[in-house]
Ligand binder design. Structure first.
Ligand code: SF4
Ligand code: SF4
Length: 286
């Protein structure tokens, strides 16, 4: 079972939820936590799992053999990312724009393009008792998060409960992290910004045809507009976490919620049971 924890914006408590869920479940299940927030992986600040393996992630960047090239311009024509240009008798490759999609080497009529690996990040792995942490880390200055997220997800063990901590937002890296999950937990806060970003995240999840539920963090902060929205859209509210100085203090000290306040474990186990029930209902309705 794969549960993705996502949010329309950063700072809503997504990592707090993902780590609490993973730690709660790991007492009785084999659990993998995939930190796919590769620009800023921070789940391990709370989990403190010793990392044992690290492997680089490469993307294939085109390299042009100008002795074969006829400067036909086909490569620039097929590149959707403007990562290759043909100017008179010169082919220019812009590695920072290249997505390594393989279209230009495939379509070059002269077979003048080969590919060279360019390191864009790393995948690190470690474990502690029943919990395995797999985290991606994008190299500083790199923009290509999806290939690193794809490498993280290659380590999914379908015999474990998998919790994915997605990047914030609603762009390509989020879709890469969310797709293929059985359920998406959307974390938000009860503010107008929270509502706006939640509604965008709901659109993405619905586009992927995936069941979802909402966790409202910092309840007491704003209005009940998020509650009303969920009611209107028939999205279940799985958990409400209050605005609480003690919770914020634990987080700022790098202490996982269920370690500092063990009574929350039952709440997250209930969220898991409810999620499981909704996944089963969704499967039997298909
Ligand atoms: S498609 Fe191949 S032959 Fe044509 S310009 Fe690009 S590299 Fe040269
Ligand atoms: S590999 Fe894809 S993204 Fe990179 S330059 Fe070629 S066509 Fe463009």
């Amino acid at each position: 079972m794969i549960i993705c924890v996502a949010s329309g914006k950063g700072g809503t408590g997504k990592t707090l939820v993902a780590t609490s869920l993973a730690l709660s479940l790991s007492a009785n299940h084999k659990v993998q936590l995939l930190d796919s927030d590769v620009e800023e992986p921070n789940a391990n600040i709370l989990l403190r799992v010793p990392m044992k393996h690290s492997q680089p992630v490469y993307i294939p960047i085109p390299s042009v053999d100008e002795t074969k090239c006829t400067y036909c311009g086909k490569c620039a024509e097929v590149c959707a990312y403007n990562a290759i240009a043909v100017i008179k008798k010169k082919v220019l490759v812009f590695p920072e724009l290249c997505h390594g999609c393989g279209a230009c080497p495939y379509l070059c009529p002269e077979s003048a393009i080969t590919e060279e690996g360019k390191e864009v990040g790393v995948v690190e792995r470690g474990d502690s008792q029943n919990l395995e942490l797999i985290q991606g880390r994008l190299n500083v200055g790199e923009a290509m998060a999806p290939p690193v997220i794809r490498e993280v997800k290659k380590h999914i063990d379908h015999g474990s409960v998998v919790v994915i901590d997605a990047p914030p937002g609603t762009s390509c890296p989020v879709i890469e992290a969310v797709k293929g999950s059985d359920f998406c937990l959307l974390v938000t806060e009860p503010t107008p910004f929270g509502l706006n970003d939640l509604s965008l995240a709901v659109e993405v999840v619905r586009e992927l045809d995936m069941p979802c539920g909402v966790i409202i963090n910092r309840v007491g902060l704003g209005s009940d507009e998020v509650e009303q929205y969920c009611h209107r859209e028939e999205i279940p509210i799985m958990l409400r976490i209050p605005l609480d100085r003690d919770i914020a203090t634990l987080y700022s000290r790098g202490i996982a919620l269920i370690e500092g306040m063990p009574h929350w474990r039952q709440e997250f186990l209930r969220v898991f049971q409810d999620t499981k029930g909704m996944i089963d209902a969704n499967r039997s309705a298909e």
